[in-house]
Design a protein around this ligand. Sequence first.
Ligand SMILES: NC(=O)c1ccc[n+]([C@@H]2O[C@H](COP(=O)([O-])OP(=O)(O)OC[C@H]3O[C@@H](n4cnc5c(N)ncnc54)[C@H](O)[C@@H]3O)[C@@H](O)[C@H]2O)c1
Ligand SMILES: [Zn+2]
Length: 705
Amino acid sequence: MATDKAVETLTQDEAVQELARLAMILEDANSAYHRDDAPAISDAEYDRLKSRNMAIEARFPDLKRTDSPSDQVGAAPAEGFGKIPHRVRMMSLGNAFDAEEVAEFDTSIRKYLGLAPDAPLAYTAEPKIDGLSLSLRYENGTLITAATRGDGAVGENVTENAHTIADIPQRLSGAPDILEVRGEVYMSHADFKALNARQAAAGQKTFANPRNAAAGSLRQLDPGITRARPLRFFAYSWGEISSPLADTQMKALQRLSDLGFSTNPLTNRCADLDAMLAHYARIEQQRATLGYDIDGVVYKVDDLTYQARLGFRSTTPRWAIAHKFPAELAWTRLEAIDIQVGRTGALSPVARLTPVTVGGVVVSNATLHNEDYIAGRDAKGSPIRDGRDIRPGDWVQVYRAGDVIPKIADVDLSRRPDDAQPFAFPTLCPECGSEAIREEGDAVRRCSGGLICPAQAVEKLKHFVSRAAFDIEGLGAKQVEQFYRDGWITEPADIFTLKDRYGSGLQQLKNREGWGEKSANNLFEAIEEKRKIPLARLLFSLGIRHVGEQASNLLARSYGSWAEFEQAITAAAPLEGPEWERLLGIDGVGAVMAQSLVTAFAQEHERASIDRLVAHLDVQDAERPTSDSPVAGKTVVFTGTLEKMTRAEAKARAEALGAKVSGSVSARTDILVAGPGAGSKAKKAGELGIETLDEDGWLALIGDA
Ligand SMILES: NC(=O)c1ccc[n+]([C@@H]2O[C@H](COP(=O)([O-])OP(=O)(O)OC[C@H]3O[C@@H](n4cnc5c(N)ncnc54)[C@H](O)[C@@H]3O)[C@@H](O)[C@H]2O)c1
Ligand SMILES: [Zn+2]
């Protein structure tokens, strides 16, 4: 991607453009995150873009913008709040992502202060709380104002809201006349979970993580709302002050604690770099069981005289740095392994985890793939993770990237409980008790219960009503589960008799949770509409293993009608003979899929269930490609405006006639259909000597004119 071009290769002009682009993206991200408490991109992506911006500025110092994101802290106060100027600016923190960067931090401080590499220089190390910072101003021992960081210079007035937080003392005794205490407002995991449950029950917005919940709860125009939210506060710093608290960071924190503030118990004084990194490791180990989110460890020069000499850069103190945890990884405890049974009977192991925030999202479940994965082997029996198995009670490393399902990346044997037992993968289906069989060459163990297995039945029904299948409005996964539980629907055919059986009992449906007369009637209508179903959709809806959307399209086009398909597949049951050969001969149908399909139709119960379903349907024949069509096997490109049909229609029609439709012109293109406004593609086709038709010419060719 041009936008991700390496910084070293950017030209001056490209750098100007890229800095403008980054300034815009980062500004949007900042206001989404700091003002709306609803991040638009992940923290890792934000950090990546920000360091890219800094790298470009370092290479082209003259191009640095006056509104550079590097010079900004947070976001300006939001509308509606009173504004409070900070007498001492509120800062951000520089970041270190590994031990080497922490060492560089130490080296640069020594250089700045003129200290020898082995001269004593102590730091404090404490968790970096993942909440939002708050400044509390006390005058003569009374809390006068509370302000968020805002853009560092001006914050939002949240004084009334701060009065509702139990950890924040309203009065202090023995404090300096003027004392501005700074710290982090945060929400515990337990409170976060309970809040989201309450919000969901009340039909209100839920929060992605505890940080957003804390920020969204503190930054309320109505303090009554803040009062109802269980917020907490750790003090870790100060702003304006009429007399010093102490001469070291560590003692100043002690003083704040004596005054009645909560300070973090994991704060340590470290004599050197090794001690800092050791404390980092200790904090990282405890991360999952703290009960609140932290996203790194903050190191601060302990000696306050040194701090004063070191001072600040534009947005960060020189005397402190945040050593961040890797964004997409976190260690946590594996509490249990549950087995879920899917539509095709597959037994999938799911890790139940002590909740941990990874990349901004709370993770409490992760996939464990299959029994070999848990045992520390791949499908071929070779060791993975050096052969380490995963046991309930273990400490595991959770991995998450983008929107994919979280995975377990590793296991820490040094923290394995003495009584941890190897996981015994069930050989019986936990849902129906049928034997769970693992076939040769298959990584997955499957329940052999078929339709008697409630888990399979429900998953099959969910699949049946899904978007690419019957897609019945008002009948989603949730409704299907409800109907199944109540015994109203046990197989797809039941959907089409629902009205006959319960329509007069509409009263009954009406009285259920989530249903009214109107929604019930709408549902019956939506079901009626779907009796007429294209063959391809029907085949996909059956949920037969290995028969996906693509395969269903192939099969439908090849057999044309339900009657033809059903006879042919039944006749292929011996897995030999002409119909079997015909099935295997379809381009795109392999032996595995063919066998799965034929076996499903030969299976008595399965077949009876399919027949009951089809009896209620009006299955639409598929358009069969006419192999003698003049465009069969040709590659066609459409360009410009089509007047008699949409692009999608033109494409579908061409494909039904056996043509391949491509988006770009190349030497392999056979026909270009160019409507008015055709540009570069028409030119290229001309150069390549490719046959070019207008829309009417095309319709004449395919016999549709
Ligand atoms: N996803 C997004 O779109 C997005 C947008 C903006 C910012 N962010 C995230 O926020 C970070 C930048 O925000 P930032 O400027 O608040 O910096 P920061 O959160 O990295 O560090 C500064 C803050 O750390 C807090 N902190 C917590 N514990 C502390 C302690 N013990 N001592 C001192 N400070 C402590 C303070 O509130 C301070 O303001 C980015 O790294 C990114 O992860 C994400
Ligand atoms: Zn089962």
